[in-house]
Design a protein around this ligand. Structure first.
Ligand code: AMP
Ligand code: MG
Length: 334
């Protein structure tokens, strides 16, 4: 019988290495103050770093797993347009610098294009920069990658380059990778020292320290409802706001306990993207937490790029999950 601890070992390693390389590119762009946002047709921002990160990750995935399609956030077609020539050249420069080898712009565009190669029974979902608004603001962001097989999340890597390694020392070392394989647990790796730590959510004994975590961007959820739910279930510690899937990592390492993303009436038709949650869901579940939609249904990753069968997101340490779902129902939030 194969050793279960070895299953998905290559997928885990490749996912971890390529997301860390991509995060280095993102940090280089940010340090050079080159992270100027371009606005996509849907008005969401994209930068040289989003494209560069997608290129590096897709290059690695294509080399290691040539039969696996990838569904990533960024579209190479927009970058190929004549108006974006300068941006395209910058992306190529940063990719070459990370790889320490010359690469043609066409090749970089091909790698980015591989990031929209579609779905399969087995495919990867990629957010080269989740929280681009946070990235441009100088706050948190994350590079996120997950492997989905038959609709099940199997492998996840999230790299949060600006996240303090120890939240008790916010000015100390920064940069954390979160990695998980289904059934094998989740761990955090400090990018600087390489120190590893098994991830475990808070348990009932820490109840008086439980806290809510939510987006910085107020229109990505409904802060008043989120606070009402937290109050209803007795969370008294002030909520923390953080950009990106780093929120899932925060709960996984016991720094927060409940992440609510409750869409309000005027965004009824807004479904969440699979790449904005997949990697976070597996990391948190493997750390002992629970993730569902706001009705308590599991998230369904088999519906294309969107979570079409789900509404809202409730992610928690598990201990308070049932109470949060019940409070959402009792408050009449739909
Ligand atoms: P966060 O930093 O948790 O707010 O998540 C960032 C993600 O929010 C981005 O990757 C977008 O896909 C997503 N997003 C953008 N606009 C909205 C919106 N109006 N409601 C919910 N999510 C959004
Ligand atoms: Mg995103």
């Amino acid at each position: 019988m194969p050793d279960p601890s070895l299953s998905y070992a290559q997928e885990r390693d490749v996912a971890l290495h390529c997301t860390i390389a991509a995060a280095r590119l993102c940090e280089a762009v940010r340090q050079d103050q080159a992270s100027v946002a371009i606005h996509k047709p849907d008005h969401s921002p994209v930068t040289v770093a989003d494209y560069g990160a997608q290129a590096l990750i897709c290059r690695s995935l294509q080399a290691a797993f040539p039969h696996d399609p990838v569904m990533g956030e960024e579209d190479a077609q927009l970058l190929a347009s004549p108006e974006l020539t300068e941006c395209r050249n910058r992306v190529t420069e940063y990719v070459c610098a990370q790889l320490q080898t010359p690469v043609e712009t066409e090749t970089v565009l091909d790698w980015i294009g591989h990031g929209r190669s579609g779905f399969g029974d087995r495919f990867w979902t990629l957010d080269p920069i989740d929280g681009t608004k946070g990235y441009v603001r100088g706050d948190q962001y994350a590079v996120a990658l997950a492997l989905i097989e038959q609709g099940q999340l199997q492998v996840a890597a999230i790299v949060a380059p600006a996240l303090p390694v120890d939240s008790a020392q916010p000015t100390g070392d920064r940069g954390v990778a979160f990695v998980a394989v289904r059934g094998q647990g989740a761990e955090a790796i400090a990018l600087g020292s390489g120190a590893r730590r098994v991830l475990r959510v808070n348990g009932a004994a820490q109840r008086d320290r439980f806290r809510l975590i939510e987006s910085v961007e107020r229109d990505h959820g409904t802060p008043a409802w989120q606070q009402a739910v937290a109050t209803a279930i007795g969370l008294t510690v002030p909520a923390v706001q953080m950009d990106s899937l780093a929120k899932y990592g925060s709960i996984a390492r016991g720094e927060a306990d409940l992440y609510l993303r409750l869409p309000s009436g005027d965004s009824v038709l807004r479904w969440e993207n699979i790449w904005d949650h997949g990697a976070g869901v597996l990391v948190l579940e493997e750390a002992g937490g629970t993730v569902t939609d706001q009705t308590g249904k599991p998230l369904d990753f088999s519906q294309g790029t969107k979570l079409l069968k789900n509404r809202g997101i409730v992610a928690s340490n598990g201990v308070i999950h049932g109470a949060a779902i019940e409070a959402i129902r009792a408050l009449g939030i739909d």
